[in-house]
Design a protein around this ligand. Structure first.
Ligand code: ADP
Ligand code: MG
Length: 141
């Protein structure tokens, strides 16, 4: 099943994320793709809010995974952009997160394709400048 949400402001993208966070279940894994500046962090902040996370959520620039455990479920925010190879995922003990009771959001998941469980849900965010500077199309499948 494929869900498409169109937004025209950061607040709407946050709200789309928040709704997903409200509905998320233990063990849910999401991959998140889209160009720089498209709204991945805004969306992820919404998901965290929907999970009840209290801490401020940022892009995990210098760490592969950022862990937030103040919400209804633990939230694991991955950015694997700087990963050398999939073995580095073993080193951080990724299985504990992927196959645990929390919720995973993985940016740049295509770099560790072979590790992503088949049940992971794919989220992509795209711009379309013909529809305006602040237009975003969020696809969840
Ligand atoms: P990414 O994490 O994908 O690099 P960010 O979430 O950090 O992107 O930044 C998205 C930027 O786009 C913010 O400056 C935000 O204000 C702006 N923006 C404009 N319109 C939207 C929209 N509809 N949804 C999300 N962000 C938007
Ligand atoms: Mg970001």
């Amino acid at each position: 099943m494929k869900t498409i949400i169109e937004t025209t402001s950061p607040a709407e993208t946050f709200e789309a994320g928040r709704q997903l966070g409200c509905l998320a279940k233990p063990g849910d894994i999401y991959t998140l793709s889209g160009d720089l500046g498209v709204g991945k962090t805004v969306f992820t902040q919404g998901v965290a809010n929907g999970l009840g996370v209290q801490e401020h959520v940022n892009s995990p620039t210098f760490t592969i995974v950022q862990i937030y455990d103040s919400g209804r479920l633990a939230f694991y925010h991955f950015d694997v952009y700087r990963i050398g190879d999939a073995e580095e995922m073993d080193e951080i003990g990724y299985e504990e997160y992927f196959f645990g009771e929390g919720v995973c959001m993985i940016e740049w998941a295509e770099l560790i394709d072979e590790l992503i469980p088949p049940q992971a849900k794919k989220i992509s965010i795209e711009k379309n400048l013909e529809k305006g500077f602040d237009y975003r199309k969020i696809t969840i499948e």
